[in-house]
Ligand binder design. Sequence first.
Ligand code: BTN
Length: 254
Amino acid sequence: GRDTFACSWLDRVQLLEEVVSTQEEAKKLAENGAPEGTSVRAEEQTGGRGRMGRKWHSPRGKGIWISIVLRPELPLSLTPQLTLLAGVAVCTAIREVTGVQAGIKWPNDLLAGGRKICGILLESSLREGGLHYCIAGIGIAVNLTEEDYPQELKSIGTSLLIEGGGIPVDRTVLTEAVLTELEYLYILYSEQGFKPIRELWESMSVTLGRQVCYNTPEGRCEALAVGLDDNGGLLLKDRTGAVMSVLSGEIEMI
Ligand code: BTN
């Protein structure tokens, strides 16, 4: 079980001072054959990247900016499940180490007090039409103060320090908890499939049971979030009772 689980990924963390993005550093390692679980963490990212081409604010010494090499044997269509798995791992680690009651907004933003505390970026590299490797990028706003956020992010972002009542969090301890949880769930997933991960995700989700807004080619729609489908997509039920799933993109909780 989890309590006696010895994490082997902990032995393969590289800590760098300043990088453009840990995603690129991890990719280089993966291309050179680095084994699964190899990771790169940086004190500062000068060009941190978020989903949808956005920037990721990564000030020096304030967060956990880390990218992990994964080599899953999966069809490409199932990689969204890994994204959800990573969200569950980080959410569990945050709750355990800090007591902050983070929740998961689909697909994998972690929120606390209604604002974002962590973002996850899963990037896949293909070879011969199949999956070659994945890089799981995790950014956790650990010890940022309100002043560390630029004006335009103040209403969107928070940190474990802010949500935990001003108590700084040891980033090494939290990094170890994240990697341990991630490796544990990854093994569980390879042995038992998506079901246990999906159940954990659903129990930590702040999206299920809420009305959400999303964009379609036909315009903005509103529906109730009711569950996850087998691929990790979000199941939505509209006013007519029709159920559909969205696989990627943005939703807004209303
Ligand atoms: C998002 O919410 O849009 C995803 C943010 C992912 C940020 C992390 S920080 C470590 C890794 N390196 C990057 O450049 N991005 C990811």
